[in-house]
Design a protein around this ligand. Structure first.
Ligand code: HEC
Length: 190
């Protein structure tokens, strides 16, 4: 073999080795790419899973929030019913000059209005104004033990209850219950 042929052979050998290395490198890289892409797919699936869990948690939070709102609304309604009961009792006991019992109902109404404030942040300020206006008036009137005077203050309070119901566009049940109270009271005095 002459010198030139030897060189060509060596170049060929280098070329073949080069191609082999290139091919195997490419293959290795492509395996790695495959592995990475399947990892990414797995990641994608778990992210979707997380996404669904987040959505589920989100909707559970919404459910809890709604039922909490419903239950505070329900509590506020119950506070109001209690207010009605106390107003009625106050008037009954006043008509029988049971002034200790009247005072007890006034205190109960005051506490009840505080509960109502806690159950309705929008109306809390108006209820506070109502409390600081009428609770002292009612207490004062009960302390005077004057039935006629108490009746005047009671009526003023009652009208203010209705005034808020009108302003807060309360449902008709609020007006119905109060007119029932008024009827009972009228029957008692008539
Ligand atoms: C600051 C406003 C406000 C004041 C003051 C107020 N109420 Fe109410 N009341 C409401 C609202 C609002 C509702 C409607 C609640 C609902 O149904 O969600 C209501 C509802 C009611 C109901 C109906 C409850 C039911 O069963 O649906 C009664 C009874 C009632 N009030 C009595 C009273 C009495 C008695 C007073 C006075 C001592 C009074 N309220 C003072 C705002 C007020």
């Amino acid at each position: 073999m002459d010198k030139e042929n030897k060189i060509i052979l060596i170049l060929l050998a280098v070329l073949v080795i080069g191609v082999f290395i290139e091919v195997s490198l490419t293959q290795k890289v492509s395996w790695e790419i495959k592995a990475v892409s399947s990892d990414i797919k797995d990641l994608g699936t778990s992210i979707k899973g997380i996404d669904t869990s987040v959505k589920n948690v989100d909707s559970s939070i919404k459910t809890v929030k709604t039922s909490l709102e419903e239950s505070t609304r329900e509590s506020f309604r119950r506070d109001m019913q209690e207010n009605g009961r106390r107003m009625l009792l106050m008037d009954y006991t006043g008509k029988f000059s049971r002034w200790d019992a009247v005072t007890k109902e006034v205190d109960g109404l005051d506490k009840n209005l505080q509960d109502a404030m806690n159950h309705n942040s929008e109306l809390a300020q108006s209820i506070q104004t109502f409390r600081s206006t009428y609770i002292p008036k009612l207490k004062d009137a009960a302390g005077k033990k004057d039935m006629k005077n108490f009746e005047v203050v009671w009526n003023e309070t009652y009208n203010s209850c209705i005034g808020c119901h009108k302003g807060a566009s309360a449902p008709s049940s609020a007006f119905e219950v109060l007119s029932e109270i008024s009827n009972e009271v009228d029957q008692l005095s008539g």
